[in-house]
Design a protein around this ligand. Sequence first.
Ligand code: UD1
Length: 421
Amino acid sequence: MERLVIRGGRRLAGTVRTSGAKNAVLKLMAASILANEPCLIRNVPRKISDVEVMIGVLRGLGVKVDWEDPTSLRLDPRGELGFHAPDELVREMRASIQVIGPLLGRVGHARVYQPGGCVIGQRPIDLHLKGFAAQGAEVREEHGYIEVIGEKLQGAEIHLDFPSVGATENIMAAAILAEGTTIIRNAAKEPEIIEEQNFYNRLGARIRGAGTDTIRIDGVESLNHREIDYSVIPDRIEVGTFMIAAALTGGDVTVQDVIPEHVEAISAKLREIGAEVTRGEDSLRVLGRGRPKAVDVTVLPYPGFPTDLQSPMAALLSVADGTSIITDHVFEARFRYVDELLRMGANIRVEGRSAIVKGVPRLSGAEVVAPDLRGGAALVLAGLVAEGETTIYGTKHIDRGYEEIERKFQGIGAEIERVID
Ligand code: UD1
């Protein structure tokens, strides 16, 4: 059984480098479906298993995918593409549904199995489907499949009920080759959306407004570009994870390859708990100072505090001085990790969308199971500060989003190893 074994109590110190952003890379890979020449994507986190899954999905659709060097992926979508994404891979990773928008533009048809991924609340895809329907596509849900058909989509004005990241991306992709203009209101403003706009515009799309709540896509007849060479932004969630770990262990860690603006919400919270955060041009230094102070955290879409760091922050607050309330307004049930933290001696009560965290002086090592990707990261952080040994099972969840997490933490002084037997 594969597991991570951590001996807690080490103060983290040194420099750690960030990998490319998983949540951007997966979408740029899907975006290559719309390209008419090969695309080279650099700074790809190769060892993240979700990247492997997306490679499988794209190959299954007929895109040629090869590693050009250890972190550069060459995607060649020339030739005939299919419309049916491989079921077993779609079941494994929810982000597979991001191929629907590009497939609509390219082949006018997409079929995907109802998606899987982390179990963190209901996670419907109604906003994606409403958007496609507004653009004139026929949407069917039958026998566990979602089928979207639309040879030539029409521009539309779409107001999202919630600024869903995935729906914004999928609707944006479908609109690129549609007839006329599409306007997405209450769009998600995450940096990854800006990244996709930039990528698509390099392919010849006409998109404006990403990063604001209104995105305008002027449909073009066809895309016209040469081979693309694109380097993806750093992973702000990985950055935030290291920042929180530094503050939690009273450490002194410099996170390198960072866009500091992308993690403002985390820097602000860490300063509130008493840590020192200093900003470099493309780095951040976090100095932990004594026991963290309790703070309330409200999770919101970007630029609010990110839901993906809600559980790592809970690990930190579980040893804070005082009581903190964490409220997640993005996912309604992202607290499955709490039971595991309780095994380690935390005092947390979940009430609806909130977790009430009463700080305890110390956690103690235990055997725990990662319930999902970010919940798993929270357990790693808790293990780093707990007394004694923590064993974390369910490492496959963590590997979906963190590249060699043990190697990176070892590099800044953690006693953590992966055991496979
Ligand atoms: C993406 C990220 C994920 C992050 C999340 C929110 C990727 C691969 N994943 O997920 O790491 O936690 O953004 O920042 O980029 N919703 C609906 N109907 C829909 C779509 C979403 O009700 O059609 C709801 C969801 O259930 C959830 C909320 O909207 O409560 C936010 O989801 P969304 O922004 O779509 O997240 P993802 O794109 O799935």
